[in-house]
Design a binder for this molecule. Structure first.
Ligand SMILES: NC(=O)c1ccc[n+]([C@@H]2O[C@H](COP(=O)([O-])OP(=O)(O)OC[C@H]3O[C@@H](n4cnc5c(N)ncnc54)[C@H](O)[C@@H]3O)[C@@H](O)[C@H]2O)c1
Length: 289
């Protein structure tokens, strides 16, 4: 079997000529994803809530990188409008090659405090909107013969539960499985679908959580093997892998970007004796005189 020559070096991450649609692009991870995709050469379509402060600022940052950018204010919870949104984008801008389902919402409520309204709000944005927007964009990708990339931003909470977040945990686990289902149904069309599962990222998403922020964040820092929250930009490399030719054979899987949280059952290092260097220093390679 012969294969076309593979792109070399960083060329395989080049997104020149592709258009990426990023939801929740007004701030946080969505802004970092939009500017990261633009820096890799993609033109952008940005979606966020009507009136979301920051949407135009993200667009300005994309344009400052020399890329084209369109903004579409849309409440994604209105799932009946999402097919129309995708159709409008296709008519205005042309094919979308990369869909980043990034918008998400969370509330800190114990199981006995969750109301039908808050359950429904989290599910609508984190699950229903992901499904119905992806459904229509994927239909366009198959019709246009686009070797598309679908990336859904989930969370470490898709894999391990966290108290006070039953609806969020369940929504992110559902988003994982619906994305895997798209992956297997779309594979014959050369379209990949994967999730990116961040750990603790320094964004305003939990700004309204009713808790004492300083001890909460300190407890998390102690729990994270890399010792700090991620900056939004820390998740961009994983996104570019999933969005580009570099990730052509990745589908139906997840990339966890959590600084090691899920790898560690207990932050035991703080009770263990200091790290002891077991390498024989005399065996160091000779570097010349
Ligand atoms: N920050 C973290 O620690 C963290 C960890 C794991 C996963 N995530 C996930 O990453 C994604 C981005 O989160 P973030 O931390 O940047 O959050 P954020 O709150 O800073 O940004 C989310 C964006 O989504 C938009 N959005 C929310 N509801 C919307 C709706 N109904 N319609 C349109 N836009 C809507 C918001 O306006 C906002 O701009 C989310 O899916 C979140 O669940 C975040």
């Amino acid at each position: 079997m012969t294969h076309p020559p593979a792109p070399r070096g960083t060329d395989r991450f080049d997104l020149t000529g592709r258009t990426a649609l990023v939801t929740g692009a007004a701030r946080g991870l969505g802004r970092a994803f939009a500017t990261g995709l633009a820096a890799a050469g993609a033109d952008l379509v940005l979606v966020d809530l009507p009136g979301a402060e920051g949407l135009e600022e993200t667009a300005d940052q994309v344009r400052a990188l020399g890329r084209r950018c369109h903004t579409y204010p849309q409440d994604l919870a209105h799932t009946e409008q999402l097919a129309g949104l995708a159709d409008t984008v296709r008519a205005d801008v042309g094919p979308v090659h990369i869909l980043v389902n990034n918008a998400g919402t969370a509330a800190l409520e114990r199981c006995n405090e969750i109301t039908p309204e808050s359950w429904s709000r989290v599910m609508k944005v984190n699950v229903d909107a992901v499904f119905f927007l992806t459904q229509r964009v994927a239909e366009h990708m198959t019709a246009d013969g686009t070797p598309g990339r679908i990336i859904t931003v989930t969370s470490k909470n898709a894999l391990v539960a966290e108290a006070g977040l039953a609806h969020y945990n369940a929504s992110k686990a559902a988003a994982q499985l619906l994305t895997e289902t798209f992956a297997i149904e779309l594979a014959p069309h050369g379209i990949t679908a994967n999730t990116l599962a961040p750990g603790m990222v320094d964004t305003p998403i939990d700004g309204d959580f009713p808790l004492d922020r300083e001890p909460f964040e300190a407890a998390w820092r102690e729990r994270i093997p890399l010792g700090r929250y991620a900056r939004p930009d820390d998740c961009v490399g994983a996104l570019l892998l999933l969005a580009s030719d570099a990730g052509a054979y990745l589908t139906g899987t997840r990339l966890v970007v959590d600084g090691g949280v899920l790898a560690d059952q207990l932050p035991r290092m703080r009770w263990m004796p200091p790290y002891r260097n077991t390498v024989d220093d005399t065996a160091r390679p000779h570097t010349g005189d």
